[in-house]
Each structure stands twice: as structure tokens, then as C-alpha cells.
Ligand binder design. Structure first.
Ligand code: SF4
Length: 278
């Protein structure tokens, strides 16, 4: 293992990983990480114990580094096999801001369900102008009109899990088959579902490595960096929308409400499924 400085970012240079699932014994009880990032036994079919141990070790090493260093590490390790998904939340915009310097050729994509806010799509264009990063809009096989016609109307009220599965999960699954690792902007303090997110770990839902450079950051820290570096963000944040997803499933929140309480408000649903195990 060597140390190096990349684009002004101090990063440890790890050896390339074995291709996921190609060594060790797969489809058995293997090691993963618990909330304290300790190695534990979990069910992770499709990935070897060797790969999980390697990722757990990398995650522990990266835990105390700045997100820019995590991004540089990911880019150095996975190169063109790394991608990033963004819904253009503040965390995603901040990662793109860093990525534009550290690894500008990284493929960045957005799950364009057809139900996004116009402000979100306009932000995509502002980011392209500012950084030269053209976020790819990845769409389902059907338009909103075709989808609603096939189901006798919109499903976002009647069956939001099905709607998310068809218009988000199926799409990201299709995109991620082309990559070995994906990066997201989730933070541990956003929700109980995300509290155990390692910096680097195995995503058993999509069978790729998942990297969360901001996992141990707070919302306040993210906004400090956005203001300091004049990073573009969604103007809806100034109107009470804290976590922004699709228009029909997002409302503004009032003072004191949880930051994700405006998503699928009034239902038990809290995640679209991208960041949960099931
Ligand atoms: Fe459908 Fe709402 Fe999920 Fe968007 S967030 S895919 S509109 S259920």
C-alpha cells in the first residue's frame, strides 16, 4: 500500500480489489459490517468473504478521511467502473462539485422517473454549465403517460412501492450492471434505514460496491460546504422542501419536522428502496 497526493487530496492508494464474487465462497454466511463498522456474519449471497473483508478494511481506513479523499480513493480504485447516482439533493450536488475536480470523467446519472420537479431538472442543466458534468437522465421503459394508461391511472398514491420499483429500482438495476461500484450522497443521520451505512460496503441489493463519502457528515456540515464553495442547489430548499424526490410524493416540511418527513407523507413508506436492503 502506498500513500499519494491526488488533486490536492491526501489519499491512501490501495491495491485493486478482486472482482466481486469471483473469489472465495459465495452464497453463504459471510462477513459484513454492523453499525459500529465491526466485522460480523451476515447473509450476503453473491459475494465472497474475501471481498467483504477487503471492503470492511477499506471502510475503516476511510472513516476518518474527508469526503474528497474518499472520492479520490474510489476513482483511483474503480476508474471507469465507478458511477454516481444523484437526485440532485444538497449532498449529491456537493459530491459532483468535488468529483468535477477529482474524477471529472465519472459517469453520473439521475433516475428520471418522469415525476420530478421542473426545478430539479433545471438544476441538472445548471450543474452542466457550471462543472461540465452532464448528468445522464436514466429513464424507465415507459413514459408517464404509457405507464398510467397501463395501470388505469397513477400508482404513486395507490401503490407507491410498485411505482418506485418500476420507475426507480428497475432503472438503477439496469444502469448498475455496467459498473462495479456506485457512489451516493446518503448520510447516517438521515434516517434509521441509513444509520448503519459504511463509507464503503457491499450492496447486496444490486451486487456492486457502494460508496457513501458523506455517510458520517451532518446536514449542517453539508450546507456549510455548499455555502462556502457556492455549490448550485435546488431552489425548492428555500421553500421548505428539505428532502426532494418526485413531485407527487414530496411536500414542504415545517419547522421541527424530520428532514425526510415530507417524503410519502401520510404513509408508512420512508424509502424508495435504493438504500434499503429489501
Ligand atoms: Fe412513483 Fe412517487 Fe416513487 Fe416517484 S417517488 S417513483 S412518483 S412512488
Amino acid at each position: 500500500m502506498q500513500d499519494c497526493v491526488s488533486h490536492g487530496v491526501f489519499v491512501q492508494d490501495f491495491d485493486p480489489p478482486p472482482r466481486s464474487g469471483t473469489s472465495g465462497q459465495c452464497g453463504q454466511r459471510v462477513v459484513g459490517m454492523d453499525m459500529g463498522l465491526n466485522v460480523v456474519e451476515v447473509d450476503s449471497p453473491g459475494v465472497s468473504a474475501e471481498v467483504l473483508e477487503d471492503l470492511a478494511s477499506a471502510s475503516r481506513s476511510l472513516e476518518g478521511l474527508e469526503p474528497q479523499a474518499v472520492i479520490a480513493w474510489a476513482a483511483a480504485r474503480y476508474g471507469q467502473r465507478l458511477t454516481m447516482a444523484t437526485a440532485f439533493g444538497p449532498e449529491g450536488c456537493l459530491i459532483i462539485h468535488w468529483l468535477a475536480t477529482v474524477a471529472p470523467g465519472t459517469f453520473v446519472f439521475n433516475l428520471d422517473t418522469g415525476y420530478q420537479f421542473p426545478e430539479t431538472l433545471e438544476l441538472r442543466d445548471r450543474i452542466a454549465r457550471r462543472y461540465g458534468v452532464e448528468v445522464s437522465l436514466e429513464r424507465p421503459d415507459t413514459t408517464v403517460e404509457e405507464y398510467e394508461r397501463a395501470h388505469g391511472g397513477p400508482l404513486h398514491q395507490a401503490d407507491p412501492n410498485r411505482c418506485c420499483a418500476d420507475r426507480k429500482i428497475a432503472v438503477i438495476r439496469r444502469v448498475l450492471t455496467r459498473f462495479d461500484a456506485w457512489m451516493s450522497g446518503i448520510r447516517r443521520d438521515q434516517s434509521a434505514d441509513r444509520a448503519a451505512a459504511p463509507i464503503v460496503g457491499w450492496d447486496s441489493k444490486f451486487n456492486v460496491v457502494k460508496i457513501s463519502p458523506l455517510a458520517n457528515w451532518t446536514k449542517a456540515r453539508v450546507w456549510d460546504a455548499i455555502v462556502r464553495d457556492d455549490v448550485p442547489y435546488n431552489p425548492l430548499h428555500g421553500q421548505g422542501f428539505i428532502s426532494i424526490g418526485c413531485l407527487p410524493c414530496t411536500r414542504a416540511v415545517t419547522f421541527g419536522e424530520d428532514e425526510r418527513s415530507g417524503r410519502w407523507s401520510g404513509t408508512a413508506k420512508t424509502e424508495c428502496g435504493l438504500h434499503s436492503r429489501d
